[in-house]
Design a protein around this ligand. Structure first.
Ligand SMILES: N[C@@H](CCC[C@H](N)C(=O)O)C(=O)O
Length: 287
């Protein structure tokens, strides 16, 4: 029997099982299979998925993320903050400012240590990807942006804005976020809809003021989660593209699990995300 050391962490309730592959190098089953096993609420540990912290040749550490259904995603905002906390607290990096490789590219992390460890992390999430073919979305011209495009879903017309933060997001700006049948629309678009050939995370946004919005999400590969970091970034970008918010403003995004601070910087065109990262427990999983 393999004894797999793990750490369970969350960013605003978006929880993953973290495995430190810099330190623990024993062979493991395929990560996709392992993700399904550890995520299972009844026979596993229970989580939104699995995150591996690996050595990198181009950055200080590397993150790979698998959703609870075993599918691999190219990026994860809440995961990046937790990886940054873990890497700093476990001595995988020595500086407070360091880089993390993801499948979608390299990002910069800054941790804010206190006596009790790292509670808050800022990630430079890079530039949002807005061209239709790179999100990826079908229909229309490959290089155009997809802003407030009307689509009929479940017999009802919705306006959708497409944004990739390394992973795809279909964002809907709505008047009242509490009236949205997220359980019905989410799964229809997330996997197997023609509009998103690789599936998508489905986000609903209610803009509350010039500096605040409310965001709910159905995540591809995991369903409803308490928070989605890349999704919160995409929600701010979509709200700016739709003329409801402005660049260079610090926006508070309210999610079911808490708040994130997001800013789309005009000069660099990068999106910055700041928020909490929390360790729940360490343990051994019997494989
Ligand atoms: N919860 C994440 C995103 C995880 C991956 C996503 N479900 C996908 O398939 O793209 C976040 O905090 O960004």
């Amino acid at each position: 029997m393999t004894r797999l050391p793990f750490t369970k962490m969350h960013g605003l309730g978006n929880n993953y099982i973290y495995v430190d592959r810099v330190t623990y190098t024993e062979p493991l089953p395929p990560y996709s299979e392992l993700a399904k096993k550890v995520s299972n609420q009844n026979t596993g540990i229970g989580s939104d998925g699995l995150i591996l912290i690996l050595p990198s040749e181009v950055a200080d550490v590397k993150m790979r993320i698998f959703n609870s259904d075993g599918s691999e995603a190219k990026n994860c905002g809440n995961g990046l903050r937790c990886v940054a906390k873990y890497a700093f607290e476990h001595g995988l990096v020595k500086e407070e400012h360091f880089s993390i490789e993801t499948i979608s590219g390299k990002v910069e992390a800054k941790v804010f240590p206190t006596d009790g460890g790292v509670d808050k992390v800022t990630i430079d999430m890079g530039e949002p990807i807005l061209e239709r073919e790179r999100i990826p979305m079908t229909g229309g011209k490959p290089v155009e942006t997809v802003i407030q495009e009307t689509h009929i879903i479940e017999g009802q017309a919705y306006q959708i804005t497409g944004v990739s933060m390394g992973n795809p997001h279909g964002i809907f700006l709505v008047e009242n976020i509490h009236n949205i049948p997220i359980n019905e629309i989410g799964p229809k678009l997330a996997d197997g809809h023609d509009l998103f050939p690789e599936g998508t995370n489905v986000g609903f946004v209610e803009v509350l003021s010039d500096s605040e919005l409310h965001y709910r999400v159905w995540e591809r590969g995991s369903g409803i989660t308490q928070a989605c970091g890349t999704g919160a970034c995409a929600a701010v970008v979509a709200s700016i593209l739709e003329g409801r918010l402005r660049k260079d403003e610090l926006i508070t995004v309210h999610l079911a699990g808490g708040d994130l601070q997001i800013e789309w910087d005009n000069a660099s065109n990068h999106v910055w995300m700041t928020g909490a990262a929390v360790t729940i427990c360490d343990g051994i999983f019997f494989l």
